[in-house]
Design a binder for this molecule. Structure first.
Ligand SMILES: C[S@@+](CC[C@H](N)C(=O)[O-])C[C@H]1O[C@@H](n2cnc3c(N)ncnc32)[C@H](O)[C@@H]1O
Length: 373
């Protein structure tokens, strides 16, 4: 996939060079090849430097990508209807992982108030100081009277809690291992440095963990073309166990783009699912612009269900379009349409609903995994 990317500014390039220098240091220390999962971790989350740890715009029209809560109110209003019964039943809290700009938190709170299902506390798990500031601003501007319920956390709650956990486009941002199946053998796709200091892919023989994991995720490779490149998230099981550890009673919703396992490890995805976003251009080269672009991989929803079961939850998965329809899309659309101020607002609403639900757009590509205990 080749796309022309807009040129970064001199300041951005200088920042990216600082990130690259850090990563090169680790590559040299590792003997010339660094596992891709570690590269992704550093490019996205190196303290003060990584894409999500430093201060770029990221979300919305001024940033690099648009997520469902940034499109308008429909997604949040339907999600509010989905989680309201759990909140009424548990009289508990909402815990949102990776709340981004705070747009989802603000609209959820407003809608939950309307539905008479306000959480006792709205917990925001956010490590970036810069994003916390942005979330505070959004929440004070959009629902100042509910701001007292908002509590920021560095870690999942240390005490047991009840309620609803939500994570929109968080799982796709967890670091993945990249691998290639070639002539019956498995290789790790690691990152090295060429003579000009640029990052390049290096294939290295699979370690025991990669051998075992690929045998689990791709038990039958006979129908796949070779070479076959793909990814998986090695930390999904411990990560899910950790974020839900103290959720004593309630449910969790993970909304993301991805596939079932048979679709994921299938011939049509022989080049893998890595996607990068820089100023609304999507491409598949994570080795450029470290620290300036988002790096993601599609979610294996079967792996998410397995991780949920391992943590003691019952799990189910459905397409986002179906989820929104089941949770009041019709009613939300009618109400929002009736209160929309003018033709432009009504047009934007229609576009939003199409984008969220149509098969070629988010409707099919996005799924919702719900786990409960
Ligand atoms: C693509 S953004 C989505 C932001 C927001 N949820 C939205 O829908 O606009 C991914 C977010 O996941 C967060 N994230 C990544 N790893 C995380 C983790 N281990 N725990 C919590 N949040 C995480 C990132 O910091 C980032 O804010």
């Amino acid at each position: 996939m080749r796309v022309d990317l807009p040129p970064p500014s001199p300041d951005e390039l200088a920042h990216s060079e600082r990130v690259a220098a850090l990563i090169r240091g680790e590559i040299y220390a590792a003997g010339g090849a660094l596992d891709f999962a570690r590269y992704m971790e550093l490019a996205l989350y190196a303290p003060g430097l990584g894409y999500y740890s430093a201060g770029a715009a990221k979300f919305g029209t001024a940033g690099d990508f648009v997520t469902a809560p940034e499109l308008g109110f429909v997604f949040a209003r339907c999600l509010a209807r989905a989680i309201a019964p759990t909140l009424r039943e548990t009289r508990g809290d909402v815990l949102e992982l990776g709340p981004g700009s705070g747009a989802l938190a603000a609209e959820l709170l407003v809608e939950l108030e309307r539905l008479d299902a306000l959480p006792v506390r709205y917990l925001l798990l956010e490590r970036s100081a810069d994003l916390r500031e942005r979330q505070r601003t959004t929440l004070t501007q959009r629902c100042a009277h509910l701001f007292d319920r908002c509590v920021w956390l560095d870690m999942p709650p240390a005490e047991s809690w009840r309620g609803a956990l939500i994570a929109n486009e968080v799982v796709d941002a967890l670091p993945v291992r990249a691998f290639v199946l070639r002539d019956g053998e498995v290789f790790a796709r690691a990152v090295g440095v060429d003579g000009n200091g640029r990052f390049v892919w290096r294939e290295i023989p699979a370690d025991a963990a990669l051998q075992a994991d690929t045998a689990h995720f791709v038990p039958d490779e006979s129908a796949l073309p070779h070479p076959f490149m793909s990814e998986y998230c090695p930390t999904l099981v411990p990560w899910l166990a950790e974020v839900t550890r103290n959720l004593e009673h309630g449910a969790a919703w993970f909304i993301d783009y991805g596939y079932s396992r048979p679709e994921y490890y299938a011939p049509q995805h022989a080049n893998g699912t890595l996607r990068c976003h820089f100023r609304h251009r999507a491409h598949d080269d994570p080795l450029i612009l470290p620290g300036l672009q988002d790096i993601t991989a599609h979610v294996d929803f079967d792996a998410l269900v397995e991780a949920g079961s391992a943590a003691g939850f019952e799990a189910s998965v459905e397409r986002q379009s179906q989820f929104l329809i089941r949770h009041g899309l019709d009613e939300v659309f009618t109400d929002t349409y009736a209160s929309a101020a003018g033709e432009a607002a009504r047009y934007a609403l229609a576009q939003e609903v199409k984008r969220l639900t149509l098969p070629g757009q988010m409707g099919d590509a996005f799924r919702v995994a719900m786990i409960r205990r």
